[in-house]
Ligand binder design. Structure first.
Ligand SMILES: C[S@@+](CC[C@H](N)C(=O)[O-])C[C@H]1O[C@@H](n2cnc3c(N)ncnc32)[C@H](O)[C@@H]1O
Length: 327
């Protein structure tokens, strides 16, 4: 029953979301020219890219990054690629980041999933900050973006051996919706070789930390709920295990529709986001499903036009900094 609903929803989603022949999410409003003036990395980001690429000369680095950006944007016109968001060390800015680094240090075999990883910039930063590389797995709809990540960072699967799994979050062969494992259950840390994974399904109840950056806001409210249910089933019951992320949001749940365009984003508020997760985890285990949800609005840089993506817009949108943590 569940599976049927899921499959149907997924198919419907793609009918609704495909606005171009190049794939989902290539909205007509996102077909903007690239603009080199948007390249504005801060010193920390520059330092990270110098270390990861081995390119010390700033002009050479810029040329290199432009060329990969152009290649990626020709495949997929995400505004985040156009505005160099992949250079902003996004995951380090979220409130749960230090807790995640601590999990990596303190919990043996703490599996980390970078969902919707794109180039893998956040996984690379995580490794640089000390998270054990052998416990990280990255996943995305498009392997071509991960491969471009190797090109961007001048790495290979040998020099940066984080396993990558290609898959669609709505495809049950990639991730089936299963109920969350109760905190009270005995946790069995099955030894898993992440390199052998071909889907996320074997990770049920095994994930210590999962990051979904700029991910949920790509989807409708129904789809966001479906994704959240699927991710809940992955979370380890061990106290301190986290699902976390950062994505578009507004103060009152609803659609953010920039002026002058047809595109609109389904945005949760901190309150509706918390309600969604408590509903999914259920009222057992002390009335809160054994989880705590933190969610707060933070400022979106780029202003209401989001770096010129929506030139006529004056209505700002925020970002939701959120974490679902096992108590
Ligand atoms: C906007 S990018 C965010 C990239 C990165 N996480 C960040 O925070 O900058 C969204 C990513 O999600 C991936 N994605 C989109 N739809 C997906 C789906 N149905 N299943 C899995 N990944 C998907 C895209 O290919 C893309 O790499």
């Amino acid at each position: 029953m569940d599976l049927l609903w899921r499959t149907n929803t997924s198919k419907m989603a793609y009918v609704g979301n495909d606005s171009s022949s190049t794939g989902p999410h290539n909205h007509v409003e996102w077909q903007r020219n690239l603009d080199e003036r948007l390249y504005n990395p801060n010193p920390e980001a520059l330092a990270f890219f110098r270390v990861e690429t081995g390119i010390q000369d700033d002009e050479e680095l810029k040329t290199h990054i432009f060329s990969i950006q152009k290649e990626a944007f020709s495949i997929c016109k995400y505004p985040c690629i156009r505005v160099f968001e992949f250079m902003t060390l996004k995951m380090t800015r979220v409130s749960a980041y230090d807790e995640v680094l601590k999990l990596g240090r303190d919990r043996k075999g703490a599996i980390f999933v970078d969902l919707g990883c794109c180039f893998g910039n956040d996984s690379r930063k995580l490794v640089l900050d000390g998270y054990p590389i052998q416990n990280i797995v990255a996943a995305d709809l498009r392997k071509v973006l991960w491969d471009l990540g190797h090109k961007l960072f001048r790495s290979t699967p040998q020099s940066f051996p984080v396993p990558f799994i290609e898959g669609d979050i709505f495809d049950p062969t990639f991730l089936t919706i299963e109920p969350p494992i109760p905190t009270s259950s005995v946790h069995i840390n099955s030894p898993l070789d992440l390199r052998t994974l071909t889907s996320l399904n074997p990770l049920r109840g095994q994930v210590s930390a999962l990051f979904a950056g700029s991910f949920f806001h790509l989807f409708s409210f129904d789809q966001q709920y479906e994704i959240a249910r699927a991710l809940a089933g992955l979370l380890s019951p061990q106290p301190g295990s986290v699902l976390f992320g950062l994505h578009g949001a507004i103060a009152g749940r609803g659609f953010w529709q920039p002026e002058g365009v047809q595109y609109k984003m389904a945005c949760h508020s901190p309150e509706s986001w918390k309600e969604m997760w408590y509903e999914i985890f259920g009222s057992g285990e002390g009335g809160d499903g054994g989880i705590e949800v933190r969610a707060s609005l933070v400022e979106e840089v780029g202003g209401p036009t989001f770096f010129g993506t929506y030139p006529e817009n004056t209505k700002p949108r925020a970002l939701l900094d959120w974490v679902v943590i096992r108590k």
